[in-house]
Design a binder for this molecule. Structure first.
Ligand code: HEM
Length: 507
């Protein structure tokens, strides 16, 4: 009996050491060293996720706790928290964010899906030479010049979905639009009638990627397993839900591979010569076929598959939530809705949005910038692991620690923006001095440095088209049946509940 008791006590002591003492001691030492420059937010087990979840629960706002702490202590440069049993350094000072963006090779992104067969080989997750090659290859396809040929498709998708879709769930409605745009940008005509899991492909992929991201937060067993075992979690005592996800990922992969294979055969028979007519898949397949005749085959079908899922994951919900949040603010401030509508009617009338209209939608652009300043869906970057001991200014980061860049931390400080917490889209209409004390890393909703967002032009184009075409046809109001609207998180920061807005057809 005594032996069992000693064994249990030893186990508890060991767990307490591993989960509490081990991460806590270096964080305390860092706090002592940094003083006012560091805010302490250590929570055993739940760590940074606990900070966000408590903030939603008590203030209906995922960012309230952190923003409040940062405003109370504007000299803070970091938040000291934990990623289960690892110290987690949340960088808030723009100089620290800048240094880690520039030295990106020293940090390895943690795969948010933890499924290596889905996005690991795509641009978001790849590293070193493979990342460099992919970034160069895709970079030319994401320039404004290349993207503008997609404008007619974007107009058509927004109009069709807005016409036929059920609009009672804001985030679903928005992501059906942005999901279809990514799929059509990638697969082109091949995307017509593209089904996965018996549903339209974008609906199935949104559900699947959403379920994978959210299950880590909702299921404590899966959450702890993912932190402890990372990508091996799926093999270690998988629960029913995990088995189901693995099976669904396998099925989706098979279907997408078939589509890629089909295009390979088509382009082998009839190659396309004009680069401007190529969708992303054609660019990849053309290069794939070219490399088949060469010594080194760098691109394989697996990479093309991962790139598709990567662009879908990175480009769908981000743009959807940004557009959805813009619509929420328009409903919240009807006078702003009238101002933006007036601009839309003046610039495009009843026409589709064409290249020459984009720069003239000045107020619409200001609205998007204000939403990205205050309510960026990407409120943190992906979490990273420190690859080796590294000095970042006055902080010595240890190998294995987690870091994350809180790229919107400066946005809520009055020394950078006048009345920083106020939603005032008109600040972006001023010609000068919008951002005070700017070092180039203050307003960076799309991150900065070599690994910034490759899809930012596409995102802004889409958001403008979505806002303009929807507002032209619908008056947007807050659903009177919803008593509490909050800024929650579904992997990304978003307005909740889903039925918070009502779309009234304009006559
Ligand atoms: C408003 C919408 C968007 C926002 C706020 C946004 C934000 C970001 C941010 C903050 C990063 C850096 C992530 C990190 O380092 O952890 C990023 C990277 C990336 N984004 Fe976006 N994004 C948006 C839309 C898009 C779109 C439409 C696409 C493509 C279809 C896209 C593709 C990517 C890719 C591939 C990367 C990784 C780049 C690299 O590592 O080289 N994003 N985005």
């Amino acid at each position: 009996m005594q032996v069992i008791l000693i064994a249990i006590l030893s186990l508890i002591t060991f767990a307490a050491y591993l989960l509490i003492i081990k991460p806590l001691v270096p964080l305390l030492l860092l706090k002592i060293k940094l003083g006012e420059k560091a805010i302490f937010m250590f929570y055993p087990l739940s760590g940074f996720i606990g900070v966000f979840m408590k903030s939603i629960k008590s203030n209906h706002d995922v960012m309230h706790t952190i923003n409040n702490a940062l405003r109370k202590n504007p000299s803070a440069k970091v938040i000291l928290s934990n990623y289960l049993n690892k110290p987690c350094i949340m960088l808030t000072g723009s100089e620290y964010i800048k240094d880690t963006y520039l030295d990106h090779h020293d940090f390895e992104k943690i795969n948010p899906f933890m499924i290596p067969s889905f996005i690991q080989k795509g641009l978001v997750m790849s590293e070193g030479e493979s990342w460099k090659r992919q970034r160069k290859f895709l970079g030319s396809a994401f320039t404004f010049e290349k993207l503008k040929s997609r404008l007619p498709m974007m107009n058509q998708v927004v109009q069709q979905i807005a016409e036929k879709d059920n609009k009672s769930h804001l985030n679903d409605f928005m992501s059906r639009i942005t999901g279809e745009i990514v799929i059509k940008s990638f697969f082109g005509e091949l995307a017509e009638g593209f089904q996965l899991e018996g549903k339209d492909a974008q609906v199935a992929l949104i559900q699947l990627t959403g379920e994978i991201s959210i299950m880590h937060m909702e299921n404590i067993y899966i959450f702890i397993k993912s932190l402890l075992f990372e990508e091996r979690m799926w093999e270690i005592f998988p629960c029913k839900k995990e088995k189901e996800i693995v099976q669904r990922v396998d099925n989706v992969r098979t279907k997408i591979k078939e589509m890629i294979q089909k295009r390979i055969e088509q382009l082998r028979e009839n190659p396309i010569q004009d680069q401007d007519k190529m969708v992303f898949l054609d660019l990849y397949v053309t290069e794939y076929l070219k490399q088949q005749g060469q010594k080194e085959q760098q691109i394989d079908i697996e990479e093309i598959l991962h790139q598709f899922i990567t662009l879908f994951f990175a480009g769908t919900d981000t743009t959807a939530t940004t557009s959805g949040t813009c619509l929420y603010y328009l409903a919240q401030y009807p006078e702003i809705q009238n101002e933006i509508l007036e601009e839309i009617q003046q610039v495009i009338g009843q026409n589709d949005i064409k290249e020459e209209h984009l720069n003239k939608l000045i107020k619409t652009n200001a609205l998007i910038q204000e939403v990205l300043r205050l309510r960026n869906p990407a409120f943190t970057t992906l979490f990273r692991t420190v690859k080796h001991d590294k000095q970042v200014r006055d902080i010595k980061l240890k190998k294995g620690w987690a870091i994350v860049q809180m790229q919107n931390s400066s946005s809520i400080q009055d020394n950078h923006f006048e009345s920083a917490l106020e939603f005032n889209y008109k600040r972006w209409l001023k010609k000068e001095n919008v951002i005070k004390n700017d070092n180039g890393f203050i307003h960076i909703p799309f991150a900065a440095g070599p690994r910034n967002c490759i899809g930012q032009h596409m995102a802004l184009m889409e958001a403008k088209i979505i806002i303009a075409l929807i507002l032209r046809n619908y008056k947007i109001i807050i659903n009177p049946q919803v008593s509490q609207i909050k800024f929650g998180v579904k992997f990304l920061q978003c307005v909740e509940p889903d039925n918070c807005l009502v779309f009234q057809k304009r006559i």
